[in-house]
Write a protein that binds this ligand. Structure first.
Ligand SMILES: [Mn+2]
Length: 408
């Protein structure tokens, strides 16, 4: 039996507002090492976005290398890493020769020779599985953009080039044995469900592939980019493992997982989902400003079952204009076990302050529109959780912008 784990979208170095995710990442990596040890994992596939940015903080880079070296002390597990859209391909590729000594294969750029994307596991002599490790493909990798093309043309050429790339990897496989082929990729597969924390993959949403464009020779497609674990196009073998920790509050209710693939001697593949034990829960509360006090009091009574303190986002529905809700919440939550990370004003009607709060008559709107600074000031007054200094700075920036605009 050959056992593979599929994960992606670690986003090491990621912040949530002003708060570091380092403790959660460290807890996940401990969980991953333990899972690899107890399940006798032979190979780990990391499908892109190891880091949150092309220039990650040193602490995130240290975490990555420490993990790879710790893993080899636990057992001889091969690792394949592809670059995602957040990663710098050169940064991922730079330690390529060094990482070979840690059983780790990295693919940052698309190589000239497509065969270099094929990695035989555990080795070339006696392969149990062949992995086509395709990194995130940039327009310059595919050389598709021509001047004078419409965006629909560019999109069609781009998706065709991505599909061709996968086709070419399959064609490059040379083996007389019936060895299963697994693909890796970091891209949007059309019809999948996204959360807030994924940046647009190709400018203008270009390059989304449909699940049926992957060659049928792949017995599994290990995807990264979307943070919610899911299959694609109703095909169970084409999957996003999802991110191991909720990267934004929109992922607060996601059940995070690792995907375990077991390949038996006949090349048959079995897939098992391994739930990730969360180290910290994220919670979204929706409330009116009247009810928030009792909701927070209730929350304070129930300690979080997770090792790290609960983080909360509060959405205040139709806040009372002029009320300093941020100060109120901060005084209510001073000594609680949880932390309020973000306060957001949510309106159920699009322009309540224009129509009701300020009692503006229809004929006054034209007059108001001639005073954009006043509209901006009203908008700023509705924004919760920002200081007076920030309000002044925003208004000054808007005034500068207005001057530039009117100067044109
Ligand atoms: Mn991504």
């Amino acid at each position: 039996m050959y056992r593979i784990l599929h994960t992606a979208d670690w986003h090491l170095g990621k912040m949530l507002g002003d708060f570091s995710r380092e403790e959660e990442h460290a807890a996940f990596l401990d969980f991953l090492l333990e899972t690899i040890r107890t399940n006798d994992i032979n190979a780990l596939l990391i499908a892109g976005d190891i880091f949150d940015s092309a220039n990650p903080p040193q602490s995130a880079v240290a975490m990555y290398y420490n993990f790879l070296s710790q893993l080899q002390r636990i057992r001889e597990c091969q690792v394949i890493v592809i670059a995602g859209n957040h990663d710098s391909p050169s940064h991922i590729d730079a330690p390529k020769q060094l990482l070979k000594h840690l059983n780790t294969h990295v693919v940052g750029h698309l190589p000239e020779n497509i065969e270099e994307l094929l990695i035989a596991l555990p080795n070339q002599e006696n392969p149990q599985v062949i992995v086509a490790a395709v990194p995130f493909l940039r327009d310059r990798d595919l050389r598709t953009g021509q001047s004078g093309q419409s965006s629909a043309d560019i999109q069609a050429v781009m998706t065709q080039s991505i599909a061709d790339c996968y086709r070419r990897t399959v064609n490059a496989v040379i083996t007389d044995k019936n060895v299963p082929i697994i693909a890796m990729g970091h891209l949007t597969v059309a019809g999948s469900s996204a959360s807030d924390s994924e940046r647009e993959i190709h400018i203008g949403g270009l390059g989304a592939l449909t699940a049926d464009r992957f060659p049928s020779e792949f017995c599994y497609v290990a995807l990264g980019h979307l943070h919610r674990p899911q299959r694609c196009g109703k095909q169970d073998h084409i999957r996003y493992s999802g991110s191991p920790i909720p990267l934004s509050f929109s992922e607060a209710t996601d059940k995070k997982e690792l995907v375990l693939l077991e390949i038996d001697a006949t090349g048959e593949l079995k897939r098992i989902s391994i739930p990730i034990t969360p180290s910290r829960q994220l919670l979204v509360i929706e409330s009116s400003s009247n009810e928030i006090e009792s909701i927070l009091a209730e929350l304070a009574k129930n300690p979080s079952p997770n090792p790290l303190p609960l983080w909360v986002e509060i959405n205040i529905i139709n806040p009372t204009p002029g009320e300093n809700i941020a100060a109120k919440i901060s005084s209510l939550t001073e000594k609680t076990h949880y932390k309020v990370i973000r306060i957001v004003a949510k309106k159920t009607s699009p322009l309540p302050s224009l129509s009701t709060d300020l009692m503006i008559e229809h004929q006054q709107i034209d007059e108001l529109l001639s005073r954009p600074s006043d509209i901006f000031d009203m908008r700023v007054a509705q924004e919760l959780g920002i200081s007076v200094e920030q309000q002044i700075s925003l208004k000054q920036t808007f005034a500068r912008l207005l001057t530039i605009h009117q100067g044109e």
